[in-house]
Design a protein around this ligand. Structure first.
Ligand SMILES: Cc1cc2nc3c(=O)[nH]c(=O)nc-3n(C[C@H](O)[C@H](O)[C@H](O)COP(=O)(O)OP(=O)(O)OC[C@H]3O[C@@H](n4cnc5c(N)ncnc54)[C@H](O)[C@@H]3O)c2cc1C
Length: 487
């Protein structure tokens, strides 16, 4: 990669960076996305609630309000173009006391001012008729039908795949370590050598302040805030249709009940300001807090149905808002930072605005042959028996089930590798092999075997999430230790 020059380098392959690089790929530019992890989408983008917010939570006049509603409006067409699962299931903010019911009016007004379509108040009777598992305490609800749910990692990988199809480049396992600006061009120093770029888009999530500081811009800093989430078995998946929010009591949106786009139920998140930017631990206290809260919203949530706890870290800025602007020190670097919630929702609208900011600095020409659509994805478990039989007839690998919990076939895993999957987690997040009830207990060795074969690497070099997260070497080491103990 040494000495290569790009017109634009995007630093960070989360939902924001991938949305930006895909927008950039509409133009005749040499663009590159630089990501420190083995695949895109592994920062906060893979560990959040997956809600496409309606936009009534954000104070008018903030950047959050500015980008959330337009971002939400872009989702249906974007997900259709890229063949990504998206469901506009709607959002209910539920009041459990008379005081909370009064507060719903504030959010209704805020939502209307922000331009949230179809937002309205519903009384307790209608709320419970629409969502029969709401608790008896329900007094009223705010109904926002434009809210939705999406698989954030799938969207980030789809955006990147489409950007690459349109000529953008991707550098993974490439950590930006330093940046120098000579007045016309940046030299970006990484762990794998350096590249130069005329412009940088800083979409480095939790580390965006450090990227800014590399050009002496200290105009914002990141204040990490952890959120623990609990994914539940699909048996709980239809307990509610809409995503259920409480009326917020502090500075977070509160603990939610989320029917995920894949058919699971998710409860969370907590909100805790933390010191370390890599503290992904989940805790008994976190779970207790989540469960105590959701119990007061929805009846019948069974705590024994949790299949995967995880935590994500919000990259909040010390301004309390998104930072979407050219750097005041070095305007050729444009920040897309401070991306706490609703950053996932806002990302498509932010990408458009970042490109507009770039156009203020340099003339951009649209490519006549930009291809907006991604090659369609086969989701075997969503097909009818006849369609499944037809596929198996064409390709026997559709007849071999790799992941039994989620009914994922060998052909789908191979396709995920062809689309850029390089690791066990990369396959799990792309096609859900290992995302079900047994969490990979059955399919992990099969996925490893396919990765090894398709990538032409020994099994020992198949990693869970890049770097040295090898599964077989770890196992071999444990075995040796036991052997030594026996001797
Ligand atoms: C618990 C939780 C729940 C949330 N729920 C929602 C929700 O329901 N809806 C919603 O709209 N938003 C939600 N959010 C917010 C949303 O997840 C974020 O706004 C969004 O994912 C941020 O994306 P990003 O691309 O800015 O950051 P990231 O996804 O973190 O991407 C940044 C990337 O930069 C890379 N990087 C960092 N430093 C370097 C470097 N030096 N060199 C190279 N690469 C680097 C990282 O590896 C990472 O991949 C939630 C957040 C949390 C934590």
């Amino acid at each position: 990669m040494q000495n290569r020059h790009f017109d634009v380098a995007v630093i960070g392959g989360g939902i924001v960076g991938t949305a930006v690089v895909r927008e950039l790929s509409r133009y005749t530019l040499r663009s590159v996305l630089i990501e420190k992890e083995a695949e895109v989408g592994w920062g906060t983008t893979k560990a959040n609630s997956g809600i496409v917010h309606a936009g009534f939570h954000d104070k008018p006049g903030t950047n959050k309000a500015k980008y959330c509603v337009p971002g939400n409006a872009l989702y249906p067409a974007l997900c259709q173009e890229l063949d990504v699962n998206f469901r506009q299931n709607g959002i209910f903010m539920v009041a459990r006391t008379d005081e909370e019911a009064e507060l719903l009016h504030t959010y209704l007004e805020q939502g209307r001012e922000n331009g949230v379509p179809g937002i309205r108040l519903v009384n307790a009777e209608e709320a419970v008729a629409l969502e029969p598992n709401l608790t008896k305490d329900t007094k009223a609800a705010l109904d926002a039908p434009s809210g939705g749910v999406v698989a954030p990692f799938e969207l980030a990988t789809a955006l990147m795949e489409n950007a690459e199809d349109n000529g953008a480049e991707l550098l993974t396992e490439t950590r930006v370590e330093d940046i120098a600006w000579d007045g016309t061009s940046f030299t970006i120093q990484t762990n794998r050598g350096s590249v130069t770029a005329s412009h940088i888009i800083n979409a480095a999530g939790l580390f965006a302040d450090r990227i800014a500081a590399m050009v002496d811009d200290t105009s914002f800093s990141i204040v990490p805030r952890k959120g623990e989430e609990y994914l539940m078995d699909k048996a709980m998946g239809d307990i509610v249709e809409r995503t259920i929010f409480p009326v917020p009591t502090g500075w977070t949106k509160g603990v939610l009940v989320i029917p995920t786009v894949d058919g699971n139920l998710m409860i969370g998140p907590t909100g805790e300001t933390i010191e370390r930017r890599d503290d992904m631990a989940t805790t008994a206290e976190g779970f207790a807090q989540v469960y105590q809260n959701v119990k007061t919203l929805v009846e019948g949530i069974d705590p024994s149905k949790v299949i995967a706890p995880f935590a994500g870290i919000r990259a909040a800025s010390d301004r309390g808002d998104f930072v979407i602007e050219p750097s005041s020190v070095c305007p050729a670097m444009i920040h897309a930072a401070g991306m706490e919630s609703p950053g996932l929702t806002a990302a498509p609208a932010i990408a458009l605005d970042v490109v507009r900011m770039l156009q203020d600095q340099v003339a951009l020409t649209k490519k006549p042959d930009f291809r907006p659509r991604r090659r369609p994805v086969v989701r075997f478990h969503q097909l009818s028996r006849e369609e499944q039989a037809g596929l198996i007839e064409q390709d026997a690998r559709y007849g071999r089930i790799v992941c039994r919990c989620e009914t994922v076939t060998e052909a789908e895993v191979i396709d995920a590798v062809k689309r850029g999957g390089r690791t066990i987690d990369g396959i799990k997040f792309r096609v859900r092999a290992g995302a079900g009830r047994c969490q990979g207990g059955f399919c992990m060795p099969l996925v490893m075997k396919i990765l090894s074969r398709e990538l032409g690497i020994p099994m020992q070099e198949v990693s869970k999430r890049g770097g040295e997260t090898y599964q077989l070497k770890a196992a071999a080491k444990q075995f040796l230790t036991v052997e030594e103990a026996v001797q």
